[in-house]
Design a protein around this ligand. Structure first.
Ligand SMILES: C[S@@+](CC[C@H](N)C(=O)[O-])C[C@H]1O[C@@H](n2cnc3c(N)ncnc32)[C@H](O)[C@@H]1O
Length: 440
């Protein structure tokens, strides 16, 4: 593969191209690298950049100079697959690297041209005209595109056969599948009091392979859940490992310890009535997202009677044959008189008290404010999770305060914020636990 880089700082690439695997690949003629100094394409006293149109600080690289470079280099090395770098670009990850490598193969492009910018970047028309892809290496801004170009190359070149010694080490790389790589160890067996797990020294290949899969899944669930949930497909074994490594989740819908309307403007602490829609729909959502049980809390005898009748029909009565899916969803619903009993049941079953996460439609302060990106923080506790949902005008401030955490409200880009609890529950479960596949 021919690689040409167009840069304002060619000296940055000397150590990069003459070190380690990249140097070895050059020596073996697996890759052939060329670095071009953009300044050398300018006439004496000609500037390669100009001030940006409209008000704004900074200079922008001119289109004609890039045209000159591109035409010249392609004249020498043939038509190129051209990559530009910008924080505005597509975020680089292993999947994008693999897709770009395959695209190059498909287009039979043997020539890769990298065009890292400096200053405020390139005139936007250059990218429109030439870019096969614009890459960002993350949501931060560097002084220039040279480090992004090197990051991109280090990642892409791992796909080139013969570049890395063993192809299986590339196939098992983190992010090549849904999971990150498993932890690895070498001698000594004990170092600073930390031991290499005994199983890895047992010589039992099957047990070692299982341990590695489990560790890879555990670490991915805990530290890279957004990557995992975005992965396009899992094998049934991977799906089971993921399920096993997500901590047990429970939901409680409170009909006591909630605020109810006192008059048109004020609220008071009170109780609410149960609704069959909430029982049905939240049960179906819970089952969809693998939530173990859905507790309905009401201290009111008449309300309990309504729930018992409904559950009786679906859990043990004619509902089983009438609609088996409903039966399945509703078989996870449990009626309770208060929150303490719910906590006690979960603690008994899981051997650990649950972490309580309060939900509220309004913003509020809490010692444990969390967002929908904080699964890692909660799951690292190793405890089961109880999501606490309110009815009426929401959970009382006292109950929210008793919970360990308060989850950020669900909001859209509008000023209306009046979701029903069953709608909020569905959105919440999806944001917290759902798959969110990326096709790109
Ligand atoms: C100082 S930056 C330009 C920043 C520009 N004002 C912006 O916010 O997008 C100069 C050049 O560095 C490169 N660069 C900086 N950060 C980058 C990132 N996160 N990913 C890819 N390229 C980056 C790009 O080539 C960019 O045009």
């Amino acid at each position: 593969m021919k690689i040409s880089v167009v840069t304002l700082f060619p000296e940055l690439y000397k150590p990069f191209f003459s070190t380690s695997l990249i140097n070895r690949a050059r020596e073996k003629r697996i890759i052939d690298t060329h670095v071009y100094n953009l300044f050398s394409y300018a006439q004496p006293k000609e500037r390669i950049d100009g001030p940006t149109f409209g008000h704004g600080a900074g200079m922008v690289i001119k289109p004609e100079i890039i045209e000159k470079v591109v035409m010249d280099i392609q004249g020498h090395h043939g038509s190129a697959f051209k990559i530009f770098f910008s924080p505005r670009g597509k975020k680089l990850d292993q999947r994008l690297l693999s897709k770009l490598y395959n695209r190059m193969q498909k287009q039979e492009k043997e020539h890769l041209m990298l065009l890292p910018a400096r200053y405020e970047g390139m005139d936007a028309r250059i990218e429109t005209e030439y870019a096969d892809e614009i890459i960002s290496i993350g949501d931060y801004v560097l002084m220039g595109g040279d480090l992004p170009a090197m990051v991109f190359l280090e990642g892409l070149l791992r796909f080139v056969p013969a570049m890395v010694g063993k192809s299986e080490s590339v196939e098992q790389d983190s992010f090549s599948g849904p999971f990150v790589d498993y932890p690895e160890y070498t001698a000594p067996v004990t170092w600073k009091g930390h031991e290499v797990p005994e199983l890895l020294r047992s010589g039992n290949h099957k047990a070692i392979a299982d341990w590695r899969q489990q560790e890879a899944a555990r670490q991915t669930v805990l530290h890279h859940f957004d990557w995992l949930r975005g992965y396009p497909q899992y094998t049934p074994e991977q799906e089971l490992l993921i399920q096993k490594n997500i901590p047990a989740h429970y939901v409680v819908l409170m009909h006591s310890e909630v605020l109810v309307a006192e008059d048109k403007v004020s609220t008071k602490v009170g109780t609410t009535s149960v609704t069959s829609l909430d029982i049905h729909d939240i049960a179906r959502s819970c089952t969809t997202y693998g939530i173990k049980n859905y507790f309905i809390v009401t201290p009111l005898i008449d309300q309990q009677a309504i729930v018992k009748t409904l559950l009786g029909f679906w859990q043990e009565g004619p509902g089983i044959s009438y609609n088996n899916y409903r039966h399945e969803a509703l078989s996870h619903v449990i009626l309770e008189t208060n929150l303490e009993n719910v906590i006690a049941q979960i603690t008994q079953r899981e051997g650990k008290a649950p972490v309580l996460i309060a939900t509220a439609a309004k913003k509020g302060t809490h010692r444990g404010s969390i967002t929908f990106f904080d699964q890692e923080k909660i799951w690292a506790t190793g405890r089961p999770v109880l999501l606490v949902l309110g009815t009426g005008r929401g959970l009382t401030p006292e109950l929210i305060e008793r919970c360990d955490y308060r989850l950020a409200p669900i909001e859209g880009f509008s000023s209306f914020n009046h979701l029903s609890v069953r709608s909020a529950a569905a959105v919440l479960f999806d944001r917290w636990l759902g798959k969110n596949k990326k096709t790109e």
